[in-house]
Design a protein. Structure first.
Length: 279
């Protein structure tokens, strides 16, 4: 696998379980040539990952995953090769995290009304055990506190019964549009890729984004079946767009990787130069 790249992984900068350096080490252990760090609404983990890349002799692609909404659906846009010192981008990401924090407070209020009391201090403590400065706190962290306090058996139950979209404790988040995210990424000298299109159940939205400015599709993803992967790869290729892929790795619990283990979904590492605008 020395010519492969996993272009979608999360770390403790957002809702991943491992620090950035560990993701890089695992990518090296998996025999990959490159790995991307793509945390939610933050680039806090990139510097550590880049340093680890030098240590382990593996290419690290600076990235992020921006949460957006379109037609009532949550759409994620991956940004690669972004300028990590772009002050406008950093300010925009901070604003997204501030909105996320307000939403967290609303969800904690909803939980309290349901008899499940979680303080914001408890939430910050749970996330802060390993969370990096300027990292983001989200629903997975709330779910973990619910598990820790015995309100639910596991994170899956937390989402299925309480925190998932449409569930009693869910709170909607005022998100930017996918096209705004694409513009932000482009203005930070990055490449904008539509993340896991198969999870939205709306191919029209995906095609609209692809034709309106997205640079490519994440065709290969742990939650895509072979038919999806072929369809999305063809859509991108037929339009002269990039085809990417990744595991969407968030960590390992009880020996099971979520969504998939690093290296479980990859693309040829030759695409890295395109994502970094070096080829």
């Amino acid at each position: 696998m020395g010519d492969r790249a996993d272009l979608h992984t999360h770390t403790t900068a957002s809702d991943g379980m491992f620090p950035p350096a560990e993701n890089v080490r695992l990518a090296k252990e998996a025999g990959l040539a490159a790995v991307a760090i793509t945390d939610h609404d933050t680039i806090a983990g990139i510097e550590e990952a880049l340093n680890a890349g030098k240590k382990y002799g593996i290419s690290v692609v600076p990235g992020m995953e921006i949460s957006t909404s379109s037609g009532g659906k949550e759409i994620h846009v991956l940004g690669y090769g972004i300028s990590t010192e772009d002050k406008v981008l950093l300010s925009r990401l901070l604003a997204l995290r501030n909105v996320r924090n307000r939403r967290n407070e609303e969800m904690l209020g909803n939980l309290a009304e349901l008899g499940m009391h979680v303080s914001y201090e408890e939430l910050e403590a749970a996330a802060g055990k390993s969370r990096l400065e300027d990292g983001s706190i989200g629903r997975p962290h709330i779910a973990q506190v619910l598990v820790d306090k015995g309100y639910v058996a596991d994170k899956k139950e937390a989402f299925d019964r309480w925190l998932g979209e449409g569930m009693p404790a869910y709170a909607s988040l005022t998100r930017i549009s996918p096209m705004d995210a694409i513009q932000w990424i482009h203005e930070a000298d990055g490449i904008a890729i539509i993340a896991h299109p198969g999870l939205y159940g709306d191919d029209d939205v995906v095609l609209t984004m692809l034709d309106a400015g997205a640079d490519g599709l994440e065709a290969y993803h742990t939650e895509h079946d072979a038919q999806m992967e072929q369809r999305y790869a063809e859509w991108a290729e037929n339009r002269g767009k990039l085809v990417t892929g990744g595991s969407d790795f968030h960590g390992v619990k009880d020996g099971v990787a979520f969504h998939g283990a690093i290296g479980s979904r990859t693309v040829d590492s030759s695409i890295v130069s395109k994502l970094l605008r070096k080829g």
